[in-house]
Write a protein that binds this ligand. Structure first.
Ligand code: ADP
Length: 240
């Protein structure tokens, strides 16, 4: 049902977005600044709506084991830089600090891994409204890369920590902080990481902050394994 609903919502949301951008261009050209400002707000809200619909869509596909992956080799640190830069512009309060690096090329779906890191950073920012720093740490060894995102926010109660990767799970009464969300970000992140035989986990102290980390294997057999599991055509890179 959720899959069907998200699919049906996607089309009209996409066409509304297209139309708003069209009107936005016309309004800006005509010099009507006030309307252009309103349209920017509407566009922002449509983006949020589309992101929610995409999350619903991805979550149902993970549940059914049919989420598509387009695997390729890529430098892991470049992806992290890209996502950190994109997330940095979404927050005025927080500074996202990068520590370490892996200098590794990994094999996997670049967009999906980017989605994992975006979800972790979105949470780190959302759940630390009174602090101003988020740290992204990168390490590696011969067989893996690891990435952790630490915030200094509200933290997660011990008995809740094992549940936060479940579908639609949201911690109740989190220190009076009301933050919007569907409870799908971490479920999707786990689905993506586990698809590549990685692991994702949380360490947290209530009132002190949380660190969500994942470890991602890059073994030589990785490419073969991932290709065998892919539900889609191999990427162009693969076919060459
Ligand atoms: P959402 O944030 O949309 O609710 P997620 O799946 O990303 O969904 O997270 C599930 C729940 O885990 C959140 O509702 C929140 O209670 C808790 N959580 C996740 N990340 C953090 C964090 N960095 N700090 C505190 N709580 C968190």
């Amino acid at each position: 049902f959720i899959g069907m609903v998200s699919h049906e919502l996607k089309m009209p949301a996409t066409s509304v977005k297209g139309l708003i951008q069209l009107i936005e261009t016309k309004t800006t050209r005509s010099g009507d600044d006030k309307s252009a400002r309103y349209l920017k707000v509407i566009d922002g809200q449509i983006n949020k709506l589309t992101a929610l619909i995409d999350d619903l869509h991805d979550a149902t596909r993970i549940e059914a084991g049919v989420l598509q992956f387009h695997d390729e080799f890529f430098p892991f640190d470049d992806l992290v830089d890209e996502i950190v830069d994109a997330m940095q512009v979404t927050t005025e309060r927080h500074t996202i600090v990068k520590e370490g690096g892996t200098r590794k090329r990994v094999y996997g779906d670049r967009n999906r891994l980017g989605q994992v890191l975006s979800n972790l950073l979105t949470n780190a920012i959302k759940y630390s409204p009174h602090s101003d720093k988020v740290i992204v740490r990168l390490t590696s060894d011969r067989k893996t890369v690891s990435c952790s995102v630490q915030d200094f926010g509200i933290g997660i109660a011990k008995d809740e920590q094992s549940h936060i990767f479940e579908r639609f799970y949201r911690e109740q009464g989190q220190k009076g902080v009301t933050v919007p969300g569907l409870g799908l970000g971490l479920y999707i992140a786990r689905g993506i990481i586990e698809r590549y035989d990685g692991r994702i986990w949380v360490e947290s102290e209530e009132g002190e902050g949380s660190t969500v980390s994942f470890i991602y294997p890059l073994g030589d057999d990785k490419k073969q394994h991932a290709t065998a599991q892919a539900e889609v055509q191999p990427s162009t890179h693969e076919r060459r």
